[in-house]
Design a protein around this ligand. Structure first.
Ligand SMILES: Nc1nc2c(ncn2[C@@H]2O[C@H](COP(=O)(O)OP(=O)(O)OP(=O)(O)O)[C@@H](O)[C@H]2O)c(=O)[nH]1
Length: 348
């Protein structure tokens, strides 16, 4: 019986081609196998050598899997010290299934190890103790989950920085732009423009390019150039929210999708990131700066949106580098004319 259920769950999990679907299949499997009252997946974030814990997805009371990616608000991050089991795993760089019983409720913790990095954990709460066969079954299921997650990571991510790759950007951005276009179709473009400037929440796309990166490679060699790319990827991860998506677009270019924020917040986040890089001391290389162009994601096609952000980036490069430029503002001030320039990067 347990074998049948387990095989069904494995079929579901290994059919997943994206993290969200894999996480949902794993949560459903865990709830079914443990008859859980509550099941949540937590992400472990490593920020400046400190560990933080943040929910990623969970099973709702109605048996539906919900995910942070679909939420408007930033989920709460708590220091890892608030979770003694996770803190001990992180300190020891090892740990397996751990069951904790307290006042008639059992909590099972399952770690997701990627090498010696504790990347995530599942927490399951239930009231009847697990039978002897369930624990080893959960342990195997966790191994299958981790293996499949690594496979998805491998195809979605850039091997140098670990950020999402260009192929993933193409798929995700086309999907996101379609959703926004469908949502905005009923509105008139002038109203959408007014809404973005009026401080309403919207989605934004930013293109980031390291300044004079060729000089870094030429002066210090490609290995140091690669190190700069890895460190900038780390600063990017620490500078943006869980709902935002960060891609290495190729070479020394990165793309950020900022979700559901006002123009002022998007600008502030990008400025803060730019300053974080400017003030970081890169080993051997010293100071590195970057230029950023960004625009709103409205009714335009993905190619046009990328083209607009790239035009703003090009403007930043032409006007001193180390700055953030907003496409719509450049157009309304007359510094840029609306439409695709022939200096835009090669798209798709
Ligand atoms: N180390 C390293 N270098 C790379 C990688 N991908 C691309 N590059 C280098 O990135 C450099 C990009 O240089 P350019 O496009 O001329 O731009 P830039 O020197 O950054 O100048 P501006 O963008 O105008 O500020 C080239 O020297 C590429 O060889 C990589 O994965 N690792």
């Amino acid at each position: 019986m347990i074998l049948d259920k387990l095989l069904d769950d494995i079929v579901c999990m290994t059919a997943a081609r994206e993290h969200e679907t894999l996480d949902a299949a794993m949560l459903a499997a865990l709830c079914r196998l443990t008859h859980a009252r509550h099941c949540v997946m937590l992400d472990l974030l490593h920020v400046k050598d400190q560990g933080f814990v943040q929910p990623r997805s969970w099973m709702s009371a109605h048996g539906q899997v919900q995910s942070v990616a679909a939420m408007q608000a930033e989920p709460k991050r708590l220091p890892i010290a608030r979770y003694p089991v996770l803190a001990a795993w992180m300190r020891d760089k090892s740990g397996r299934l751990t069951e904790v019983a307290e006042r008639g409720v059992y909590t099972l913790w399952l770690p997701v190890w990627l090498g010696d990095i504790l990347a995530a954990a599942f927490r399951i709460d239930y009231i009847a103790p697990l039978d002897a066969a369930t624990r080893p079954a959960l342990d195997r299921l966790l191994q299958i989950y981790t293996n499949h997650r690594q496979l998805i990571d491998y195809s979605e991510r850039d091997s140098l920085t670990g950020l999402l790759n260009r192929k993933t950007f193409d798929t995700r951005f086309a999907r996101m732009a379609c959703q926004v276009t469908a949502h905005e179709a009923a509105k008139n473009p002038a109203e959408e423009e007014r809404r973005r400037h009026a401080g309403d929440e919207s989605h934004w796309l930013a293109v980031v390019d390291i300044d004079h990166f060729k000089r870094i490679n030429d002066r210090y060699g490609h290995l140091y150039g690669d190190e700069v790319l890895i460190l900038i990827a780390n600063i990017l991860r620490a500078s943006f929210r869980a709902q935002d998506r960060i891609f290495r677009f190729g070479g020394e270019e990165f793309v950020i999708l900022l979700r559901s924020v006002t123009l002022a917040s998007a600008r502030r986040a990008l400025e803060r990131f730019r300053e974080n890089v400017e003030h970081y001391s890169f080993p051997q290389v010293g100071r590195v700066t970057l230029s950023i162009g960004f625009t709103g994601i409205g009714n335009d096609s993905p190619v046009e949106i990328l083209g607009h952000a790239d035009q703003a980036l090009y403007y930043a490069k032409q006007h001193g580098r180390n700055q953030v430029r907003f496409y719509d503002e450049l157009v309304s001030s007359g510094a840029l004319s609306h439409g695709l320039s022939n200096q835009t990067m090669e798209l798709f």
